[in-house]
Design a protein around this ligand. Structure first.
Ligand code: FPP
Length: 243
């Protein structure tokens, strides 16, 4: 059984409650094999399924994956279309999540997505709403700053309507308006592929998250790599600014 959050007297294994993953390196993975970049995304999408299943088995509560950023629209149309098709394929096959007892949620500026994908997302959220296992947040057309801006706009409206007083605002007011407001904040962010940036991922939520980097490209990031990362997380002494 996973022990979340803090060390216990008998020093049992601590697992993160909420893992965030930046699924990076698909393009390089494909290039190394002289394949089109889209093949890298296809392999990355398969690996997402494997890693989600593993997180579920371990008893992790939340997994947030960066599937498509607000900046990714700048990629060639063919590549954007291929990523959207992978999403379609994943969502159309409900065995991907239903038979895994995985609850799916989507975060980001979803309005801008193709209509059929929005419908599939709604359906997948509905179909998986009673699942009791891992909650997967798929970040699609997501940007951390845009998410904060979205929260601030909602609060500004509440102030305008006289529901809130600016002097009384606290960090909790912003936390209550972000996409993952009902969940614990990510305590472990993983970025494979040798990059050391947050890239606008879960900017508000990861204020106290532990980071883990690896040179392995996402399609090659195995359950063993995840176990290694979790072992590392277990060893870290998380003090939240205290001593
Ligand atoms: C970053 O690698 C990855 C992306 C921009 C897309 C990630 C999308 C998927 C893994 C598929 C989504 C679908 C599902 C069902 C989860 P990169 O292309 O920037 O890699 P590079 O840095 O090596 O070029």
């Amino acid at each position: 059984m996973a022990i979340f959050g803090k060390k216990t007297a008998n020093d049992e294994r601590i697992l993160p409650e909420h893992i965030g993953i930046i699924m990076d390196g698909n393009g390089r993975w494909a290039k190394k094999r002289m394949l089109p970049r889209t093949a890298g995304h296809a392999a990355g999408s398969e690996n997402f399924k494997t890693i989600a299943r593993h997180c579920n088995k371990l008893g992790i509560k939340y997994l947030t994956v960066y599937a498509f950023s607000t900046e990714n629209w700048r990629r060639p149309k063919e590549e954007v279309d291929a990523i959207m098709d992978l999403l379609r394929k994943y969502l159309k096959d409900s065995t991907n999540f239903k038979s895994e007892n995985i609850k799916l949620r989507f975060i980001g500026e979803l309005d801008a997505l193709p209509e059929d994908i929005k419908e599939l997302m709604k359906q997948a959220e509905f179909d998986s709403k009673d699942a009791t296992g891992l909650v997967v947040n798929m970040a699609v057309n997501y940007g951390g700053r845009a998410e904060i801006l979205h929260a601030v706009k909602e609060i500004a409206n509440e102030v305008k309507n006289g529901e809130k007083n600016p002097e009384d605002l606290t960090e909790d007011d912003i936390s209550a308006k972000i996409y993952t407001s009902e969940q614990s904040e990510p305590d472990f962010i993983i970025r494979p592929s040798g990059e050391y940036r947050l890239s606008n991922f879960l900017v508000w939520q990861s204020a106290y998250a532990e980071f883990w980097y690896s040179d392995v490209l996402w399609p090659d990031f195995s359950t063993k790599d995840l176990d290694k990362a979790l072992e590392d997380f277990n060893k870290r002494n998380r003090r939240f600014g205290g001593v």
